[in-house]
Unconditional design. Structure first.
Ligand code: LMR
Length: 347
């Protein structure tokens, strides 16, 4: 008995410090970051998850938004940005937002078009003739009305950001005529408007998450893809593709979504600071998108032997002829009133 008691005391003496240290460390792991010594319970954390590189129009806008919100709220709000799909992939980020594991995402509009069908109109082929028309649409009445339509109990649309016009690349052959799409297997983002465009061109498609696209282009599972120049550059798709066509055939814009219960619970002061930051960053992002795509093309041409073709107006019309069926398909999905607001390239 004495021996047993002696062993028990020994275990207690040796074990207790370990238990205490573990307890303190695990408490520390759960402490919220707090620069300014604000009360721990008062600090608000916004986690933003996105899938692109930091040096892209969306990556930079997210970081700028984080800095501005912290500044304007005097660090009462801490914004943590998780780029490159490091927290959630494009497949998971909407679910994570809806259940409140993160507070903000900025997915390509097509990726949430099942939830908000009106957004399909931003992904229709040749819907916008110029960057100015895009900016006007995203920040003007059309954008405002689309944001109004983009609300559920769990998410709320805050703004549209942009990445610019999409281009196409291929490892098989130059893409100039619509027949050149024959036998191609394209990586596409999810979304009905995009699916029907490629169906109209007779292209097989694979919905592959953004950050696995390079690998699939490299190993030949897919022969091509569509994306903006800044994404083609920052994810190095140009290294594993031989042909790039500047087609400007579609738009890659983002809807910034916030978790709605989180948003509704914020004080009006904090909401105001967030909204002001969003407006500032949105204006900045729209300018950056255009600049960064121009720079990306230059860098792609400097760093690779990829052959670049810019579609002529005549070639664009030929593509649009082939793709116009998509507009007919979408009339019942989006509604005639919305469709009439698409400027199209004839203007
Ligand atoms: C893609 O999946 O190609 C894009 O949506 C990535 C992005 O967010 O720009």
């Amino acid at each position: 008995m004495k021996v047993l008691m002696w062993i028990a005391s020994l275990v207690l003496v040796i074990g207790l410090p370990f238990v205490l240290v573990y307890h303190i460390q695990s408490q520390e792991r759960h402490v919220v970051y707090d620069d300014e010594q604000n009360g721990l319970n008062d600090q608000i954390v916004i986690k933003i998850s996105h899938v692109v590189a930091e040096n892209t129009p969306k990556g930079l806008a997210a970081q700028r938004f984080a800095d501005l919100v912290e500044q304007k709220t005097n660090n009462k709000v801490k914004v943590e940005v998780f780029p490159n799909g490091s927290l959630y992939s494009d497949l998971d980020e909407l679910d994570a937002l809806e259940r409140g594991s993160i507070q903000m995402i900025a997915p390509a509009t097509t990726k949430v078009s099942q939830l908000f069908p009106e957004l399909n109109l931003l992904d229709l082929p040749f819907a916008f003739p110029t960057n100015e028309a895009v900016n006007q649409a995203l920040t003007g009445d059309l954008g405002q009305d689309l944001l109004e339509a983009s609300k559920t109990d769990n998410v709320i649309g805050m703004a549209f950001w942009n990445n610019g016009f999409k281009q196409v690349t291929s490892g098989l052959r130059p893409l100039v005529k619509t027949e050149d799409f024959e036998d191609q297997v394209f990586r596409v983002m999810p979304g009905k408007a995009i699916e029907s465009q490629f169906q109209a061109l007779d292209v097989d498609t694979e919905e592959i998450v953004f950050n696995l696209t390079y690998r699939n282009l490299e190993n030949g599972t897919i022969t091509g893809q569509e994306n903006t120049l800044s994404n083609i550059y920052s994810k190095k798709f140009y290294e594993v593709q031989d042909h790039l066509t500047i087609s400007n055939h579609g738009l890659l814009s983002y809807i910034v979504l916030m978790n709605r219960p989180f948003w509704d619970n914020l004080s009006s002061d904090i909401q105001k600071a967030i909204q002001e930051s969003m407006t500032e960053v949105t204006a900045w992002n729209l300018e950056q998108a255009v600049k960064m795509n121009d720079q990306a093309l230059q860098k792609i041409e400097e760093k690779s032997d990829i052959k670049v073709h810019e579609l002529t107006d005549k070639e664009k019309r030929e593509w649009l002829n082939e793709l116009s069926i998509v507009y007919e398909e979408f009339e019942p999905i989006i509604g005639k009133d919305w469709l009439e607001r698409v400027p199209g390239i004839t203007e």
